[in-house]
Design a protein around this ligand. Structure first.
Ligand code: BJW
Length: 263
């Protein structure tokens, strides 16, 4: 491992170096973002061409003020995304993360995604930092509202949100919008796991949205090897950093296959 600690390992040897780090690890955190689901057909946010924010303004759709201003527009956008997510299937990168659990004693997946694909793939310990599109609450007292009772929409466009039967407030998706606090238990679980892990795999996130973007820093500062899986370079830099340039659906299965050879 000395070569990893001494400097950044890039490109050609990266998957092998990452597999060696995983072979020596007891605790692994996998921190995922929208890029993890890109190969399942769910658009990322910040891709210049296909990203959500290239077509939509986050201030109109992903803030409490946007929901207060135009609840039907926001609810309709999430109804469309819920359809996309239900039609999506976890790809082989998800299966690789499930397989990782048989090879490393302690694996925690911390995701910014709201699509539920890690759970559907079979990952056992999943922390959802930005909530889930499988859950709904009212915008008043956060009373839970059954997802089965949420209206489906056949077409894109506005959908009137249901009303909370307990307090009369409008129902909203249980996701975290800009300016909102992340769920406390999820934050605690993610921060504890990051501070204790030997390796953190950072998969498919631009690392621009806080506080989730701080997780690799926490792990790196605590001495973990940080492995980035992303077709693009980002700004992150840690003493032990391995950059695996490629898509999650390609790199993660290759990584787990290599790890098996080290076992
Ligand atoms: C692939 C791939 C493939 C492509 N394989 N990879 C400190 C500094 C500055 C600002 C702040 C700060 N602390 C807090 C803030 C404010 C704000 C923030 O971070 N703003 C920044 C944008 C500047 N944060 C917040 O408001 C958070 N709340 C908070 O901090 O509360 C305390 C507070 C309260 C009041 C005031 C201040 C503080 C909440 C953040 C909520 C984010 N919500 C969203 C939408 C909700 C859910 C949803 O609708 O889905 O979450 S925004 C959106 O961005 C979504 C994502 O989870 C999140 C992160 O995006 P992600 O996953 O990184 O996606 P992309 O598209 O950015 O990147 C994809 C990556 O994948 C790319 O790198 C590709 O290359 C790669 N890729 N194909 C592998 N096949």
């Amino acid at each position: 491992m000395d070569d990893l600690v001494a400097g950044t390992v890039t490109e050609r040897d990266a998957v092998e170096a990452a597999a060696r780090a995983l072979a020596a690890a007891r605790r692994v955190v996998v921190a995922t973002g929208a890029g993890m689901s890109q190969e399942s057909g769910i658009p990322t946010f910040r891709d210049a061409v296909s990203g959500m924010w290239s077509r939509f303004d986050p201030d109109d759709l992903a803030t409490p003020a946007a929901f207060a201003r135009d609840p039907a527009r926001v609810f309709g956008w999430y109804a469309w995304r819920r359809r996309l997510m239900r039609a999506a299937e976890p790809h082989t990168g998800y299966d690789a993360l499930v397989a990782l659990e048989a090879l490393v004693p302690d694996v925690v997946v911390v995701t910014q995604n709201i699509d539920g694909l890690h759970r559907r793939a079979g990952s056992r310990r999943v922390v959802e930092l930005h909530g889930s599109l499988d859950r709904f609450v009212c915008a008043g007292a956060l009373h839970p509202y059954p997802a089965e009772a949420v209206p489906e929409s056949a077409a894109d466009g506005a959908v009137a949100p249901p009303v909370c039967p307990q307090c009369g407030a409008l129902v909203r998706p249980a996701v975290v919008w800009f300016g909102e606090m992340l769920p406390e238990t999820a934050v605690r679980a993610a921060w504890e796991a990051a501070a204790r892990c030997d390796v953190m795999l950072v998969v498919g996130t631009s690392g621009l949205v806080y506080p989730a973007a701080a997780l690799p820093q926490i792990a790196g500062d605590a001495g973990a090897t940080v492995v980035e899986v992303n077709p693009e370079a980002d700004e992150g830099s840690w003493p032990a950093l391995i950059r695996c340039r490629g898509r999650a659906g390609v790199v993660l299965p290759a990584l787990v296959e290599r790890l098996r050879r080290h076992r």
